[in-house]
Design a protein around this ligand. Structure first.
Ligand SMILES: NC(=O)c1ccc[n+]([C@@H]2O[C@H](COP(=O)([O-])OP(=O)(O)OC[C@H]3O[C@@H](n4cnc5c(N)ncnc54)[C@H](O)[C@@H]3O)[C@@H](O)[C@H]2O)c1
Length: 346
């Protein structure tokens, strides 16, 4: 059954492409807008290979307000899921203006677009970085927000503030911000997955690249944290589970059951794993030892964080179904598939 057209900004990216698949499988028609600054056009073909449907695609930079007008007025768009953003914490420290410009300008332009085209529903990609080094765990949606430790984190905090102000004067508009913990893993088909440009900042892609010999060894930042093995704890959520949560969030907005017109949800697994536990899981599924060295803590890194999943479960009916081993296994399968079949064809 056809359920509606949803504009997916950043839809050829990592989380956006997995979400397109979940949307198609749930009866929605995703329309992708992306400037391909951090993704590959081939993703469209792979979405078609997996689902049988090739989404309409607009190569548009959302910072260029006038270009957004290219999006056809003939199609009734029922909602927007706004993924498009730059996402590297480290890069944002080096290039703060690029991050503020790209992440905020694109959001403002999308909100203007929604106003003009009378699109009343938007799901926004936020991040657990808005909580900083939380004093109490697990982190709930009522945990106080802390001053962001990077320009990237600050763009998410400011974006949430922009939406808060926007919905106040546009009561017919509804928005849900989803605060992701650590999205990881890949689609079970191994046809799409995370594809960082350059040296990966995140643990999983660094591990997978080490496993295929692209990186010499992994650096584990800090072994003197107050955790069971001294390494930092994070909450990893499988990207397909995360993608499914977007469908649930959109359907919740459509149900008219929202309390007010703006809400927030944590998306994590509810479990915290140390860096060494992730390495062990990866070694198990890939059946090889991975070289790593312990180095000093990185400034700004949080000691431990994991999500309370209670609100997402109670209100959205969302519960992640995949384990840490599912995450590391699918990430490994994707990395192997990519190196063997895709990289050579680019
Ligand atoms: N991956 C994570 O660990 C993580 C964690 C928390 C939050 N998020 C947020 O989730 C969203 C998606 O992340 P991802 O991991 O899929 O990143 P990604 O880089 O794989 O995808 C983002 C996509 O947006 C596109 N894009 C960027 N700026 C654009 C612009 N101005 N106009 C049009 N397209 C543009 C890129 O080309 C890319 O395809 C981002 O907003 C990110 O900040 C990601």
């Amino acid at each position: 059954m056809f359920k509606g057209n949803i504009l997916i900004t950043g839809g050829t990216g990592y989380i956006g492409s997995h979400t397109c698949i979940e949307l198609i499988e749930s009866g929605y028609n995703p329309i992708i807008v992306d400037n391909l600054s951090n993704s590959d056009i081939q993703v469209l073909q792979r979405i078609e290979d997996i689902t049988g449907l090739r989404p309409d695609f607009y190569e548009i930079d959302l910072c260029n307000r006038n270009d957004i007008e290219q999006i056809s007025k003939d199609i009734k768009i029922d909602g927007v899921i706004h993924f498009a953003a730059f996402k590297s914490v480290n890069e944002s420290v080096e290039k703060p203006l690029d991050y503020y410009h790209n992440n905020l300008e694109s959001l403002i332009n999308i909100l203007r677009f929604c106003t003009e085209r009378e699109i009343r529903k938007i799901v926004f990609s936020s991040s657990c970085t808005v909580y900083g080094n939380a004093e109490k765990l697990p982190v709930t949606e009522n945990t106080p927000l802390k001053k962001a430790s990077s320009p990237y984190g600050n763009t998410k905090k400011i974006s949430e503030d922009i939406i808060t102000d926007y919905v106040k004067t546009n009561p017919e508009f509804t928005c849900i911000s989803l605060r992701y913990f650590n999205p990881a893993g890949a689609h079970p088909s191994a046809k799409i997955g995370e594809l960082p440009r350059g040296i990966p900042n995140n643990l999983l892609p660094y591990l997978t690249q080490t496993a295929v010999g692209l990186r010499d060894e992994l650096s584990v930042y800090g072994s003197d944290y107050n955790t069971k093995d001294g390494t930092a704890i994070r909450d990893y959520i499988h990207v397909s589970d995360l993608a499914n949560a977007h469908v649930k969030a959109f359907e919740f907005m459509q149900s008219g059951k929202m309390n007010g017109n703006y809400d927030f949800f944590n998306l994590g697994s509810g479990n915290g794993y140390t860096v060494l536990e992730v390495i062990q899981s990866y070694e198990k599924v890939s059946q090889q030892k991975l070289p790593y060295k312990i180095v000093n803590r990185r400034p700004g890194d949080v000691e431990k964080i994991w999500a309370s999943t209670e609100k997402a479960e109670k209100v959205l009916g969302f519960k992640p179904s995949r384990s840490l081993d599912d995450i590391t296994k699918t990430a490994w399968e994707w990395e192997k598939h990519y190196r063997k079949n895709i990289e050579k064809s680019i």
